[in-house]
Every structure is written in C-alpha cells, then in structure tokens.
Design a protein around this ligand. Sequence first.
Ligand code: MF3
Ligand code: CO
Length: 253
Amino acid sequence: MILIKSKSEIDKIRESCKIVAETLQLMKRYTKPGVTTLELDKIAEDYIRSNDASPAFKGYSQSGSFDYPGTICSSVDDEVVHGIPGNRVLNEGEIISIDVGVEKNGYFGDAALTIAVGIISDAKRKLMDVTEKSLYLGIEQAVDKNRIGDVSFAIQNYVESFGFGVVRDLCGHGCGRFLHEEPQIPNYGKKNSGTVLKNGMTLAIEPMINAGTYKVYVAEDGWTVYTADGEPSAHFEHTITIIDGNPEILTFS
Ligand code: MF3
Ligand code: CO
C-alpha cells in the first residue's frame, strides 16, 4: 500500500530531510585524502544526534545480513552502495558515494551523493555528472498523474545514451513514515507504465549508475554491493514529495 501523507506529516518528513541534507554537506566538507570512512561516519552520527534525531540505517536489518552497523553507507569506486564504514583510508582520485538516512519524531528522510576525493579522472567526473543529472530528470517526471515508469524511463534513457549501466538489482522507494515503503522505483522502465503518482506521496529516487556493466554482486559481508566488472559506480538520491501537482525536493541543500 502506498502511504499518502498529510501536510503536517510532510512537515515532519521535511524536518528529517533537512538534517539529511545538512549531514551530506558536512560529508562533502570532510571528504579528503587521508580521512577514513569510519571518521566520516562518526561526524555524521554526532551531527544527527545533536539534532535530536537518529541515524535510520543503524541497526537496519535485511534478510540474510547482520544488522547494518553504520550511520552512513560509504561506497568507494567499484562499491555501488551499502559500503560499511571502517578503517579504509580515502585516496586522491577515488569517488565515494555517501548515503544518509535520518529518523526524527517517527518520520524518515533518505538521500545520497557521490563526492570526489581530491582530483579525479574525467571519466569518473562524467559518471558522477550523468548520474546526478539523471536524478533530476527522474524527479522532473514525478508529477501528479504521471506514472513510476515515466521516472524510471527518464533516468534510463539519459544514462544509457552515455553507455553507462543502470543497476537493476536495487531501486528507489517510498520513504516517510518508514525508511522503505511502497512503491519500488526502478531506475529503468517504460513510459506510461506502473503505479500512478499522486499528491502527498513521498519518494526516495536514487539512480545507481555504473561506468560499465549494470551487473552487481553482494560481498561476503552481506551488505557491500560491487560492480561485477570492477568499474566505478555513482549514486545520487533525494527524498521528494509531490505537492500541488509538482515535485518538491525535501533533501535539497
Ligand atoms: N538509501 C539506501 C536504501 O534506500 C540505504 C539503505 S542502508 C540500510 O536502500 F542499511 F538501511 F539498508
Ligand atoms: Co534510499
């Protein structure tokens, strides 16, 4: 069932989303060669808790894996998503996707971005730019009476024109009263297909785009998703709502 939110619920989701956006800005500021992903995780957790909120991913369980231990997901280069923060030191030239979820007063926000560590190659820059642009093209389609497939198609059509791979195994999702709600929002699909979008929906749209093949696998840690060919991957995500017919980005900063 897709949960339609009232204006006052959207205000609460907006509050969680604002903390998500601010945390991501902090992550941008602290991402540089020499920092570890666990240091970034600690900065994020402290910031979220200082806002009387909690990290939404910490303790999250997914069938077959241990509870997620981090505040952020930190996924470097060929790690697509769900990289677990640890002692990995970031190096110049890498790209890191950082995903943050926040719960405050029982409402959730979720967003992600990919950050360059120092100076990166033109190829990685292109991958990041195309992924970010695809997110905005998807969001543009999230209008009242359009369908999920319109969002999916806009993302896929743009990304594949550059020869990049759209990850199939993971999707965007409803987000607000729970971290993950219906509907699923694939990043590939056909125009005019799927669930009809309506005012009051709150959705996390999150293209995960690979430089090479779209194929991925999950590591033995049960969480980290890697590209099958070892090529880099990028990830951008916003939580949005549809209000007065149009999308409003709630995790904007
Ligand atoms: N944004 C990701 C998602 O929606 C983050 C989930 S991490 C998890 O799937 F630990 F919460 F699973
Ligand atoms: Co998400």
